[in-house]
Design a protein around this ligand. Sequence first.
Ligand SMILES: [Zn+2]
Length: 101
Amino acid sequence: MSVDRGAGDDDRDLEAELASAAAGNSGIPFDAICTGCRRVRVKRAKPEEVGQHPQIDPAQLEASDCSSFKHVCHHCQKATFWNPLAVLSGLLESDRGDGDE
Ligand SMILES: [Zn+2]
């Protein structure tokens, strides 16, 4: 068995992370890495916080086009910079409509 994924926690529940207050309550859900402790967590950021146009369609957004953004890290216990790793567009959809169709 070689589990070699760097961050090490494969049993993450992205939806639960997104639903938690730690992720923030508005903005696009990103999988992002804390520049302080290198932990990967789901964090929400508004488009303008990652250097994008406020009206951008998040589904068209690439994490590589986004700048780092400031967010509270509960491990560092302060606001740190987070580098976007991926736009969680799957969570975005479930976030918008609540299961009707
Ligand atoms: Zn941190």
